[in-house]
Design a protein around this ligand. Structure first.
Ligand SMILES: Cc1cc2nc3c(=O)[nH]c(=O)nc-3n(C[C@H](O)[C@H](O)[C@H](O)COP(=O)(O)O)c2cc1C
Length: 215
């Protein structure tokens, strides 16, 4: 099958296959706080590491609505992005299989003054280097400072996504997942997002010799 991007329906595909092909995507479970002190939590699967030295991550925030539905700039951006633009800080909570229901519940679009830690039934722990709560029970957390926000191109009826890039300034790992000086990834079963309503969890690993020695 071959088709021009955007013409999947004319080619017999019910939904865009894009997300099912770029799969699995890791999930950045992003916590932030606004200037008034309201905590916020939401999952982002357009998320990844973008640099090892120094460690940096990115996630991409889609506008909340199309241009025709748009009521004005204030209503346009998701709370995570708005808070990061206000404060310059965010945390990435690593999402393991045991917290999948809470992770999905935290993706419901609540108003800015509603705390998704509470609506998803999650506890908070304090970060050390940023003023943002971390998800209690998550296997690991990355404390991040904003590096840059890049607005990507949009379409005729939608503004572009905003790519948020952050420096990882500090890392927390639950000691239960450290074994022999290494992180036991399969033990916390990190979640991945695929297309449609599909998810995966990394529970089986295999090792292969590569050319790069681990740092
Ligand atoms: C697994 C999962 C992955 C998601 N990935 C993204 C994403 O990459 N970009 C995005 O804009 N929204 C994504 N969403 C939707 C946001 O989490 C949702 O719009 C949320 O309400 C945003 O919250 P906020 O306004 O508090 O930032 C995802 C939702 C789920 C459940």
């Amino acid at each position: 099958m071959y088709f021009k991007a955007g013409t999947h329906k004319e080619n017999g595909l019910r939904y865009s296959p894009f997300k099912a092909l770029i799969a699995p995507r890791p999930i950045g479970w992003i916590s932030t706080k606004d200037k008034q002190g309201n905590a916020n939590l939401a999952p982002y699967s357009f998320f990844n590491a973008v640099s090892e030295l120094p460690p940096m991550v990115m996630f991409s925030s889609a506008p909340k609505m199309s241009k025709t539905e748009g009521l004005g700039a204030a209503d346009y951006h998701k709370d995570s992005l708005a808070n990061i633009q206000e404060t310059g800080e965010f945390a990435v909570n690593i999402s393991g299989l045991s917290q999948i229901d809470a992770m999905i519940a935290s993706g419901v679009g609540h108003p800015a003054d509603i705390d998704e830690f509470e609506t998803a039934g999650l506890g908070k722990i304090a970060a050390k280097d940023i003023n943002v709560p971390l998800v209690e029970g998550a296997p690991a957390h990355l404390e991040c400072k904003l590096h840059d926000c890049i607005t990507l191109p949009g379409t005729e009826d939608r503004d572009g996504c905003v790519m948020v890039i952050g420096h990882v300034v500090s890392i927390h790992i639950d000691e239960a997942y450290i074994s022999d000086g290494k992180v036991d990834t399969a033990a916390f079963a990190p979640l991945g997002r695929l297309g449609y309503k599909d998810y995966c969890a990394v529970e089986t690993l295999f090792e292969k010799e590569g050319v790069l020695a681990p740092r």
